[in-house]
Design a protein around this ligand. Structure first.
Ligand SMILES: Cc1cc2nc3c(=O)[nH]c(=O)nc-3n(C[C@H](O)[C@H](O)[C@H](O)COP(=O)(O)OP(=O)(O)OC[C@H]3O[C@@H](n4cnc5c(N)ncnc54)[C@H](O)[C@@H]3O)c2cc1C
Length: 345
């Protein structure tokens, strides 16, 4: 098998193939990857409408076990359990939160209501807050970098570009396309849309500034080390380049400071500011499977969007099942034919 792209998608697909004892090679052209900048956060709750993320429980289970396996294989630490404190924006949101718990809504298993003041002294939460314990982050950059070294040492990695017109190179029986936004134009030939969603994230050096949980007031601030936090993210549809915008720094700091009583995060504390392009599908779910009758060897694995860390391991597993067994049914939520624009040619 040939995997093109060595971001999170290519990496997790490669580990899945390795687990199954299938021979593979990974190619990448070294172009900027969303995975190079991802904060790595996972959270089973979608806050806007206060619902569980699609199949959250199963994704969490697969993710935990797959990243643990990678930790053992590479001798590194990737998985960090960090609870998340959701600051309520107003009384109506607080009431919705309580209602979800009272009525035993499917999201209720993931959310807790915090007693007044049950949070770090630096946190401002005038309308109260709730907690998600099954949240945290995965060190995506460490996983991707160490995996690349591992494949390279095993002569399974090459710096080489690929596109659909190259076809299935000699010696391979399938190509798994994990090129993120790099696959945009090839997938558009089949009526499949992968739109670049530009995002930025800051790394800020502070000491004992906010306790040991992620604070979320739409913008989030996440502790990643004793004196380092990440603040993110932004979402823009009008940028086609992984380019940092100067104005974003102030925007993110101001928003994060909106949830603080303590000393505000300041520009001089910013030690990193990075941008990337998330590969987003129209319904925000991955696009997995064969997309072309004429090219049955071509398998798409794309559209990981904003939640690659959580949904990635199970999605990689489905991708590999698709490659290995032509009769295996790709789950309908991620099949290319769920889009009316899809043309299988
Ligand atoms: C600012 C920001 C913050 C984020 N934070 C989070 C977060 O906290 N949690 C979360 O779950 N997700 C987060 N994400 C989203 C996450 O990054 C993506 O879901 C995930 O990384 C997508 O992985 P991918 O492998 O599909 O794409 P990418 O990481 O973009 O990888 C694509 C790969 O394809 C290669 N490539 C491209 N074109 C070619 C070609 N022609 N030939 C060969 N190789 C090619 C590239 O070099 C790269 O290796 C964030 C994204 C951004 C931008």
């Amino acid at each position: 098998m040939l995997i093109v792209g060595d971001g999170l998608a290519g990496t997790l697909v490669a580990w899945e193939l390795k687990e199954q004892g299938v021979d593979f090679e990974v190619w990448s052209d070294g172009s900027p990857a969303a995975s190079d900048v991802a904060a790595g956060m996972f959270n089973p709750v979608s806050f806007r409408r206060l619902l569980p993320v699609w199949d959250a429980e199963d994704h969490l289970k697969s993710a935990r076990s797959r990243y643990r396996m990678c930790e053992q294989a590479l001798g590194i630490s990737l998985w960090h359990d960090v609870p998340l404190l959701r600051i309520f924006p107003d009384a109506a949101y607080a009431a919705l939160w309580d209602q979800r718990i009272e009525e035993g809504h499917p999201v209720a298993g993931f959310i807790e209501r915090c007693a007044e003041g049950d949070w770090h002294a630096s946190v401002a939460a005038p309308h109260g807050a709730g907690r998600i314990r099954q949240a945290g982050w995965v060190d995506v950059q460490l996983l991707v970098t160490k995996s690349r070294e591992f494949w390279r040492d095993g002569k399974r990695w090459k710096m080489q570009g690929w596109s659909l017109e190259v076809g299935c190179p000699e010696g391979f029986d399938a190509v798994i396309d994990c090129r993120g936004v790099g696959a945009e134009s090839d997938l558009s030939q089949f009526g499949l849309q992968v739109r670049p969603n530009q995002g930025e994230v800051l790394t800020v050096r502070v000491e004992n500034a906010m306790g040991d949980e992620t604070i979320n007031n739409v913008t989030w601030a996440m502790p990643v080390d004793s004196d380092l936090i990440r603040i993110g993210s932004t979402y823009r549809w009008d940028m086609m380049k992984a380019q940092v915008l100067e104005a974003t720094q102030k925007e993110l700091l101001d928003k994060a400071n909106g949830a603080r009583h303590g000393a505000p995060f300041a520009p001089h504390q910013v030690v990193g500011h990075r941008a990337g392009l998330r590969p987003a599908s129209p319904d925000r779910r991955p696009i997995i499977g064969r997309v072309s009758d004429e090219r049955p060897w071509y398998i798409a694995c794309n559209g990981w969007g904003t939640r690659g860390v959580l949904i990635g391991p199970r999605t990689a597993d489905w991708t590999v099942k698709t490659c290995m067994d032509e009769n295996w049914e790709v789950p309908k939520e991620v099949r290319p034919d769920r889009f009316r624009t899809f043309t299988k040619n």
